[in-house]
Design a binder for this molecule. Structure first.
Ligand code: FHN
Length: 429
């Protein structure tokens, strides 16, 4: 893992301070698609118990609803995501402006979504799906065609493999896990592995020590030099993996000393849940993306395909709206290749990211009342030598004011998601 100097007075990871280029492509890309898709998707979030009561959850349904192992295996045998369309999935990511995809290859239920040879608990050998198909190969092909990098989520924790939860047999489980990871890297050439389920070494059910993590990180990086892994390969310390993984939040003062990525759902669940209609508005999602980029972080936004393999239309429309904002007026420069500048305090009225060494992008999301100027508080001396609103020719006046600058556009918002004011800056020293 690489160390970075924090910005002045914060522990934001200031991009330029990263020493190695290891994560550079990933930090430039900023925005990825998470996909939670597995045997749990076949239940679409609802399990009817033998007594007729209905229990609801998504990817944790086997555990949270105490589904007996044989009942879970029985339902999985009927899993047939025939409508999974890799082209459509990649198009949804492309339309959103997502530049990499991380799909669950194996979640905590242990069910492999590729034709693993390690066991029969997988989509090829234990489902009603067409045995000639391999969704990971289909996805890899379409992603490569679209110039989108593909990564795999892999859960270290495994509810299905009896050798996982017995200390005496855990080494046998570990051997199978290593073999599966080798299959994934050899067969699909992923850009990254997104580990999960590493939580508690002291828990007799789920043991994963920092030493296990360090060994696994060395192993997979030996399979493919340049492969990125997240900090959940180990114990989420700054030295584990290549990037931190805050979840469902945008950290105020994010993970110190390493790149990071905030992963979030589009509604209330990672896996598909037919009853969950709590979809977040596209404007909120775009603002989250702006907020993560302004702090030097990545944003991994999740979709959960249904039992047939279809991405919900509510997800597709929101993702498209995010891409439309990014494509309008070259506003994507606020995100791609942009990051934490360390030059200004986070303003009340929006997010500020820096592109290279000469441009700040001030994205206004909460306009001050009664036309008050947009105040930017400096952290370190710099000059503003020019200002313009992307997508509008309105005049922008910039005045030094107290501990920073007052910026006053002559007109109002360009759109209701965020209006970007591009500022030309130079160091005052
Ligand atoms: O338990 C998992 C959960 O199902 C989901 O995969 C998230 C996504 O990051 N990770 C774990 C919870 O932190």
């Amino acid at each position: 893992a690489e160390r970075a100097g924090g910005g002045p007075g914060t522990n934001y990871a200031v991009d330029d301070a990263f020493t190695s280029d290891r994560t550079k492509w990933w930090r430039q890309d900023r925005f990825g698609m998470f996909i939670h898709f597995g045997a749990y998707s076949n239940l679409e979030g609802e399990y009817t118990r033998p007594d007729g009561t209905v229990c609801r959850d998504a990817e944790w349904i086997m555990r949270e609803c105490d589904v007996p192992k044989d009942a879970y295996e029985k339902q999985a045998a009927g899993f047939n995501p025939a409508d999974f369309d890799a082209k459509a999935v990649v198009k949804a990511a492309k339309d959103a402006g997502q530049r990499y995809i991380v799909i669950t290859s194996k979640h905590h239920d242990g069910y492999a979504m590729w034709p693993t040879k390690v066991n029969k608990w997988n989509l090829r050998d234990h489902s009603s799906f067409d045995k000639r198909r391999d969704i990971m190969r289909e996805l890899k092909k379409e992603a490569d065609k679209a110039g989108i990098k593909l990564g795999f989520y892999y859960s270290i924790w495994d509810w299905h493999d009896p050798d996982f939860s017995d200390p005496a047999t855990f080494p046998k489980y570990k051997k199978r896990m290593y073999a599966q990871l080798k299959e994934l890297v050899d067969n699909y050439d992923p850009a990254m592995l997104w580990f999960d389920g590493e939580w508690d070494a002291d828990n007799p059910v789920n043991r994963w020590s920092p030493k296990d993590g360090a060994e696994l990180e060395t192993y997979v990086k030996g399979l493919k030099p340049g492969l990125l892994v997240n900090n959940r390969v180990g114990k989420r310390r700054v030295t584990d993996g290549d990037f931190g993984t805050p979840e469902q939040e945008i950290p105020e003062a994010p993970v110190d000393g390493q790149p990071w990525e905030s992963c979030m759902t589009l509604n209330g669940h990672w896996g598909y849940a037919r009853y969950d209609h709590d979809w977040k508005p596209a404007a909120e999602l775009t603002r989250n993306l702006l907020a993560t980029a302004s702090k030097g972080g990545n944003y991994l936004l999740n979709v959960g395909p249904d039992s047939k393999g279809r991405v919900p239309q509510e997800s597709v429309t929101r993702l498209r709206a995010m891409g439309d904002w990014l494509r309008a007026h070259h506003q994507s420069r606020t995100v791609y290749g942009a990051g934490y500048s360390g030059l200004v305090e986070d303003p009340e009225w929006g997010e500020v990211s820096r592109e290279g060494s000469k441009k700040l992008h001030a994205a206004v999301t909460r306009w001050p009342k009664d036309g008050a100027p947009l105040h930017l508080k400096s952290r370190t001396p710099f000059e503003i030598t020019g200002a313009r609103v992307l997508g509008s020719d309105q005049k922008v006046t910039v005045k030094k004011s107290g501990d920073g600058f007052d910026i006053t556009p002559s007109g109002g918002p360009v759109n209701d998601t965020a209006t970007v004011i591009e500022l030309a800056v130079k160091s005052a020293t």
